[in-house]
Write a protein that binds this ligand. Structure first.
Ligand code: SF4
Ligand code: SF4
Length: 510
């Protein structure tokens, strides 16, 4: 039998017993006897024979008490009743997951794309030691100080204008984000200015454009008026205090910290309201970072909580693995070192990865979280799901590289090009893209069908090495690993019930 077991019993640190019914997407508090029966069922014990052999005096369960045989029979009937009504079966991977992505879904994703990101230039005025386009990685095109061709970018926008205006655009959200990414995007300012001018002349009724940019802030002093005038949503890359930020250096190796801080303070001073509403920070976490220092730094200097990301572990150059792992540090491990972390957790909330995964758990297993009104009305039928956490190409965004390649986002290796753009045409062949994804689904599903994270997986296939027939996944999860994770989530919620209600009220899960 290779179908995964569904009723996973687990205990919290406080000793409360639960079962996670994966087939019903519920985590249920359960009586010690039901928990005991579920544990025996998981071990493959013949429950009828076990019950027949049970003496009349019943059984004693550690830290729960003694129960008569009558009690046991009652909970056994309850177990059977729940099983009969769809709980605690086995998850049939082939019924639950589709391995056949229909090209129409990609067409539809393209027509409903909500974000277009331009790799404005591959040039950068910093040389951060851990840069995603630097020495640790080998999955990007050679950096040659190029600038994205304006004609190519306009051609893509005109193609998308037709898509957005087509009947296939059924999106109810009328916001489209135009993003500028690098290298350092402000090194190609004229492109940004001209694209915005072009976007403002596109004819897409009932839609509004917003502009976003990830910048290292070195040229903010020069361009802040323009950014303010166009109400850019700015994400400034800054890792925290001087030590936290010490991997972000200028080409001559000197620290960029003072220059960045000078410009950020200038922006804050000149446009305080804009700074408060539209400017955020993005801190990379590494072996010179400390979660608490980062938190305090941004709080004190800017009254902000930054987004914090670990180093990307995909696409590493094998010859640099040792150096990479010396530089890598885990946010979760660092959080364990913080004395009284709760006020910081409450304040940072979804900006902390742990709260993100807790929100996902609540969404998946509390049966009272809906993605939209249609979801509230939904019948028993689940929407079609595909293995892994990979998005349907272009459903989240479309990324145009400086070499005119089209990618589903800026976070995947540039070998995953799914088309290209010239000044005259956009070439995206949907059928071959679907065929590649379906080939990947078939390969990875050999692993996913044994993985207890399959129904909750956030792993993108494009971050795995999919070249061979049997790809490996560093997130593969056994039943016991899953049990530990469930227990950690529920233990945290039992200790912090306010976090549960905040997640329910404040977190929109996508
Ligand atoms: S990383 Fe993968 S799943 Fe995430 S947006 Fe990019 S392509 Fe989609
Ligand atoms: S964690 Fe890895 S093995 Fe598990 S379902 Fe996701 S992609 Fe598959």
């Amino acid at each position: 039998m290779n179908a995964l077991y569904s009723g996973i019993p687990f205990m919290t640190e406080k000793g409360n017993r639960y079962v996670c019914a994966r087939d019903r997407r519920q985590a249920l508090l359960c009586h010690p006897l039901l928990y005991h029966i579920l544990t025996l069922a998981e071990q493959g014990v013949d429950l009828d024979a076990w019950l027949n052999r049970l003496p009349d005096r019943g059984i004693t369960i550690e830290k729960a008490g003694t129960f008569t045989k009558k009690d046991v029979e009652y909970y056994y009937r309850k177990y059977l009743f729940l099983r009969e009504h769809g709980y605690f079966g086995r998850v049939d991977f082939d019924r639950e997951f589709c391995l056949d992505l229909d090209p129409d879904r990609i067409h539809s994703a393209l027509a409903n794309t909500k974000q277009v990101i331009f790799e404005v230039t591959d040039a950068c005025n910093l040389r951060c030691a851990y840069c995603g386009y630097g020495k640790f990685y080998k999955d990007y095109d050679k950096r040659e100080n190029k600038k994205l061709d304006l004609r190519v970018a306009k051609c893509l926008l005109e193609f998308l204008e037709k898509q957005w205006n087509s009947d296939a655009n059924v999106s109810i959200d009328n916001r489209i984000a135009i993003g500028f990414y690098g290298g350092e995007p402000l090194l190609n300012f004229s492109f940004i200015r001209d694209i915005i001018d072009h976007v403002e002349h596109l004819n897409i009724p009932n839609h509004r454009f917003v502009y976003t940019m990830t910048t290292n802030a070195l040229l903010l002093d020069k361009y802040m008026d323009f950014l303010y005038d166009h109400q850019f949503e700015l994400l400034i890359s800054l890792d925290g205090n001087r030590r936290n930020n010490s991997y972000r250096v200028l080409p001559d190796g000197s620290e960029a910290y003072d220059l960045i801080m000078k410009n950020v303070f200038a922006l804050k001073k000149r446009y305080p309201d804009y700074f408060r509403e539209k400017v955020n920070f993005n801190a990379v976490f590494h072996n010179r970072s400390s979660l608490f220092d980062i938190y305090q730094f941004f709080k004190k200097k800017f009254d902000k909580t930054p987004m914090i990301f670990e180093l990307n572990t995909a696409g590493i150059d094998p010859s640099r693995l040792g150096e990479f792992w010396n530089t890598f540090a885990s946010i979760q491990e660092d959080l364990q070192k913080v004395n009284n972390p709760q006020p910081m957790i409450e304040d940072m909330f979804v900006d902390l990865p742990g709260i993100g995964s807790l929100s996902k758990f609540i969404h998946q297993y509390t049966d009272c979280s809906f993605s939209d009104y249609n979801d509230v009305m939904a019948t028993e039928d689940e929407p079609v799901r595909f293995p892994t956490g990979t998005c349907i190409p272009f459903s989240r965004k479309i990324f145009l590289t400086v070499n005119n390649k089209i990618l589903p986002c800026e976070k995947v290796g540039q070998q995953h090009a799914m088309g290209y753009v010239t000044p005259e045409k956009v070439k995206i062949d949907i059928d071959p893209i679907a065929a590649i994804y379906n080939g990947y689904y078939r390969k990875i599903s050999k692993l996913c069908r044994h993985c207890y994270l399959a129904d909750d997986c956030g792993k993108c296939m494009l971050h795995l090495d999919m070249a061979g027939d049997a790809p490996e996944c560093d997130h593969f999860t056994t039943i016991d690993e899953r049990r530990i994770r469930f227990s950690a989530h529920l233990s945290y919620l039992e200790d912090h019930p306010r976090t549960y209600s905040r997640i329910i009220k404040e977190v929109a899960y996508d």
